[in-house]
Design a protein around this ligand. Sequence first.
Ligand SMILES: [Cu+2]
Length: 88
Amino acid sequence: MTVTEYQVDGMTCGHCEKSVQEEVGSIGGVQDVQAEAKSGRMIVTSEEPVAPSEVAAAVEDAGYKLVSAGMPSGATGGGCCGGSCGCS
Ligand SMILES: [Cu+2]
């Protein structure tokens, strides 16, 4: 199982989160998507690593923009919060 953290630009409310979660969640092999409008973070859980280009396309389909990709979240311990407080 792979957990990857992304940064998405343009989400402003719960509806945005839901749109992103639905689009990215429809990618084959993706098991769970957690999107947070406030921080712009998106956590994708999948069976196999998903190509960043596929994630970017899904985010764009939803009407938003993928800013950064491919940060493993918690895979090797990492920081306390996945980097959002600057710990990593
Ligand atoms: Cu919204």
